[in-house]
Design a protein around this ligand. Structure first.
Ligand code: FES
Length: 490
């Protein structure tokens, strides 16, 4: 049985649950949850007992790995309750409370979850005890492409209070909330309804809070319906609205162009993140109903993305307020170029994944290291930390883009993903896809060089296969259309 090295055992002591993404050489994905049931405080267990040969430390025996989607209707099991009995330990799904034995995957209902055996042993290279997990059946050359703790809620020991950066920003320009997070009239009862509500929420702070609420409800089983198969699933807006005070700013564009200072960079990045929150909800609301067979893992991935983008927005606007209190978020020019790509790709999930997640977001992987370096040179280590968090998350977003792009290609009769991607870029992108490329992080996310080298978009030159493009004019009339530079420092 093949086993894949995951991490040193000690690095799993920070949390009791971890989310793992594995990708095979052939491009298949599996999302798994690792449950570590031994409290960190009990981790110092005796070593071998004399004369009895090597002992498996009890703390090493209480690690379990199972597929992250419930075999019933696909709920995310990352927030499953764990119940321990005399002879077994089970994960209880948050949606319909079916329980699954963590060792065998069996449930009294007759369903069976996929579980994977775990072993902790010394790495022959450095002698450090590492965790190894059985690889999924089918596929070869499995590698770990993501390992992240399942939220602070599952930190072990109990989480320290969230750092001051994490709470939603109190920037003067965005702290206008008089609407409740959960609407009093007609509160959303499906993920689709939440998605459309959040898209239609102009205030960015409220958008962030609603995103947190929706994802929390979805993960903990308070929201048990996705709603994408319903005939009356709500439609997303063509263009998510923006607050008037935010879109009508008065900064002189000529001055803007030359002020590549930290505040400008943070503001520009926060603006991109605000659009990115909308993009994550839009892909759910726009393409869920047109793809009724899409697995629930799709919704888990993109709700996670929405939550990440909300976190990024909060981190960036908090930094902006800290270093430049006179220019809180909403006081500088913004642009909507990301939504233009959303508009161009609104007719096709394949196109959306290609252009937004595998071109725009992959480009983020290329430029982030340079941006981090600029903050470092300026001595702004807090912003460096923020950007490092963002960068690590964005590798996982490109991974999700690659995962679902590959899935769509499979559904279309095993179309070659590389060829399909290049075709989408040719039709939905204008000009060269420019380097220099962050080859290493792109590769981590599944984007081998064959995807992007020598790639050129011919949008506008070749006839478009797109449906009616969305009308961005109302937005453009109010949003300052100014390119804000945040490219790699020369
Ligand atoms: S019990 Fe898990 S989705 Fe129903």
């Amino acid at each position: 049985m093949e086993k894949l090295q995951i991490a040193p055992f000690t690095s799993l002591l920070t949390h009791s649950r971890f989310f793992l993404t594995l990708r095979s050489h052939e491009g298949a994905y599996h999302s798994l949850i690792l449950f570590r049931l031994t409290p960190e405080s009990n981790a110092s267990v005796e070593d071998d007992k004399a004369g009895e040969g090597p002992q498996i430390k009890p703390m090493y025996q209480q690690i379990y790995v199972m597929e992250s989607s419930c075999p019933h209707l696909g709920a995310d099991l990352s927030h499953a309750d764990i119940e321990e009995y005399e002879t077994s330990v089970v994960a209880v799904c948050p949606w319909h409370r079916y329980d699954f034995d963590l060792r065998t995957g069996k449930s009294e209902t007759g369903l069976r979850a996929c579980t994977y055996s775990v072993e902790v042993k010394a790495d022959p290279v450095d002698g450090i005890d590492k965790v190894y997990v059985e690889t999924p059946a089918g596929g070869s050359g499995w590698r770990l492409v993501e390992l992240r703790p399942v939220s602070e809620e599952f930190a072990d020991p109990p989480p320290i209070k969230a750092p001051p950066l994490l709470p939603v920003t109190a920037s003067p320009a965005v702290a206008v909330i008089d609407e409740p997070v959960i609407p009093i009239n007609n509160p959303p009862t499906t993920l689709m309804q939440w998605a459309v509500l959040i898209l239609n929420t102009p205030d960015p702070t409220l958008k962030v809070r609603r995103t947190r609420e929706a994802v929390n409800q979805f993960r903990t089983g308070k929201l048990t319906a996705i709603g994408h198969k319903a005939s009356n699933a709500p439609r997303p807006p063509d263009v998510p609205p923006r607050e008037e005070f935010f879109t009508k700013n008065t900064v002189d564009p000529a001055k803007m162009k030359n002020r590549k200072n930290r505040a400008v960079m943070l503001h520009a990045l926060a603006n991109i993140e605000q659009w990115a929150i909308d993009l994550a909800w839009d892909i759910i609301a726009r393409f869920g109903p047109s793809h009724p067979t899409i697995p629930p893992a799709f919704f888990s991935d993109f709700t996670k993305m929405a939550l990440d983008e909300s976190k990024h927005f909060t981190l960036l606007t908090s930094r902006l307020s800290a270093i430049s209190p006179s220019t809180p978020y909403g006081t500088m020019p913004v642009h909507a170029s990301l939504w233009e790509s959303a508009s161009v790709t609104s007719h096709s999930l394949r196109s959306r994944l290609a252009i937004i997640h595998l071109v725009h977001e992959a480009r983020g992987l290329d430029v982030n290291p340079g941006t981090i370096e600029r903050f470092r040179k300026a001595g702004d280590m807090e912003s460096v930390k923020v950007m490092e968090v963002i960068h690590a998350d964005e590798v996982t977003h490109v991974t999700s883009g690659h995962r679902w792009f590959t899935w769509v290609c499979e559904q279309e009769g095993n179309v070659d993903p590389v060829q399909a991607f290049r075709e989408e870029v040719r039709r939905g992108w204008r000009g060269d896809v420019k380097g220099p490329f962050n080859v290493e992080d792109r590769e981590k996310a599944g984007m081998t060089r064959a995807f992007y080298e020598g790639l050129k978009g011919e949008m506008g030159v070749i006839p478009s296969s797109a449906g009616a493009a969305l009308d961005l004019k109302p937005l453009k009339d109010t949003v300052a259309d100014i390119p804000v530079e945040y490219e790699i420092a020369k």
